[in-house]
Design a protein around this ligand. Structure first.
Ligand code: V1S
Ligand code: CA
Ligand code: ZN
Length: 406
């Protein structure tokens, strides 16, 4: 119907398992795995499955996850559920990972920054182990397609969980599938470039490779105070001066582009293309991993940028045009209908297809069919753009480009 064709001269693979859709982080939690249901239905509704090889993901093994994560943490994640949490917390080898308790903490935190309290960033929920090992399995299968030369571009929209640390969950991320992927890539590729367009700083990935000159990390993110109380935008790291661990061989192999709220398409394009372009020229990567967090779109529930889907997609096209093995991952994205539209559009770009400007509503199942809530009424999704208060000055952006150019 949309005249979908296979790309000429290269291969794309798509990795997914629908079981990740059934998960619920909690009633008020912004992370909604059913945004992946919307994405899948849009991708299939447009016929993009005919343009690529589709693979049903299988769970990663504990051994695979131990390539980066602490063995105790891996065992805990594999066994934890709301029913087993209390018991596991009492076991000495897990209890030793508990954070110090403060009575002013809003939520009770257990070992590894996990919690069963409602409102926690990293709650323990039903089916959680299944979810974590599945999104990781999908990223590792996608990675394998690239490293064995069976795909030129591999996609996993359920992955891209960039905040997870070696022995600690953080910011809705439990297993750092990105780090696991890059560790695996380093067996085959001399240098890997990681680019992160999620509105949040890719701190977990940067930290993991802070001493590793074969991995360059480059994150674009909102940075600075975000409210009247002076609280920092999560996770509060990723200043311009943060360029990797000083005094180690990893120094200068991390780049951060801190951005004020309200950045628009033109400004973002200028920053992204000049800095990413210069980085690729200088670093000469053998492969690229792009975390496509959709919370950098205008209108996101947590984000504060004004980027349209068109520009978000141009970030994908820009690195795709380098002609290097490319891994496309998801990440944040909290206004579900926009997340689905962006990632469907980017699946089309990856396969050299063009979709109509307005994706008809009838291709998207009504979200209330999944969640019992009304969302996304109306016939068409408009070319969405929330006008956030624009703190973003061209002069600041020019300064960043100059600073990072050296
Ligand atoms: N911004 C934000 C935000 N909102 C929440 C939240 C809200 C309701 C809940 F029921 C649970 C959590 N947490 C945050 C942030 C974390 C943002 C993570 C982004 C992840 C990603 O898109 O980059 C990748 C998938 N957390 C905080 O701001 C920390 C707190 C400081 C405030 C919230 N409380 C719950 C913990 C401490
Ligand atoms: Ca980012
Ligand atoms: Zn994010």
């Amino acid at each position: 119907e949309y005249g979908i064709t296979r790309p000429a001269g290269y291969k794309v693979s798509f990795h997914y398992n629908s079981q990740v859709e059934d998960m619920h982080f909690g009633k008020t939690h912004p992370m909604k795995p059913w945004r992946l249901t919307l994405t899948k239905h849009l991708v299939l509704g447009c016929g993009l499955q005919y343009a690529m090889d589709t693979f049903e993901a299988v769970s990663a093994t504990k051994e695979q996850v131990r390539a980066f994560h602490d063995p105790d943490y891996v065992d805990f994640l594999a066994e934890v559920s709301p029913g087993t949490f209390e018991e596991l917390c009492k076991m000495p080898r897990f209890a030793s990972h508990a954070p110090p308790k403060h009575d002013y903490d809003a939520v009770d935190l257990g070992p590894f920054n996990l919690s069963t309290s409602p409102g926690a960033d990293c709650p323990v929920f039903d089916g959680m182990s299944k979810y974590l090992f599945l999104y990781t399995g999908a990223t590792l299968a996608a990675t394998n397609q690239l490293t064995t030369n069976q795909s030129d571009i591999a996609i996993n929209w359920s992955g891209g969980l960039h905040h997870a640390h070696r022995a600690e969950a953080s910011g809705f991320c439990y297993i750092n599938d990105i780090v696991l992927s890059i560790v695996d890539m380093l067996r085959v590729y001399p240098r890997v470039l990681y680019v992160d367009i999620d509105v949040h700083h890719g701190d977990g990935v940067e930290e993991a490779f802070q001493r590793q000159p074969r991995v360059m990390t480059l994150s674009y993110h909102r940075y600075g105070p975000y409210d009247d109380t002076g609280h920092k935008f999560f996770p509060g790291t990723g200043d311009l001066t943060d360029v990797g661990l000083k005094g180690t061989v990893g120094e200068h192999f991390a780049l951060n582009v801190p951005i004020p709220s309200g950045i628009d398409d033109r400004q973002y394009k200028y920053l992204y293309e000049s800095i990413t372009g210069r980085t690729i020229e200088a670093f000469k990567p053998s492969a690229i991993v792009l975390q496509c967090g959709a919370d950098s779109l205008g209108g996101d529930r947590l984000g504060q940028f004004n980027i349209n889907i068109k520009q978000h997609g141009e970030c994908v096209s820009f690195v795709k045009n380098m002609g290097l093995p490319l891994l496309l991952l998801g990440g944040g994205g909290y206004t579900a209908r926009n997340v689905a539209r962006a990632w469907c559009h980017e699946t089309a770009l990856a396969t050299d297809n063009v979709l109509p400007d307005n994706i008809p509503m009838d291709l998207v199942p009504r979200p209330e069919a999944f969640m019992g809530r009304a969302h996304g009424e109306g016939k068409m999704y408009p070319a969405f753009n929330r006008l956030h208060v624009n703190d973003c000055k061209d002069s600041d952006l020019e300064y960043m480009v100059k600073r990072l150019d050296n």
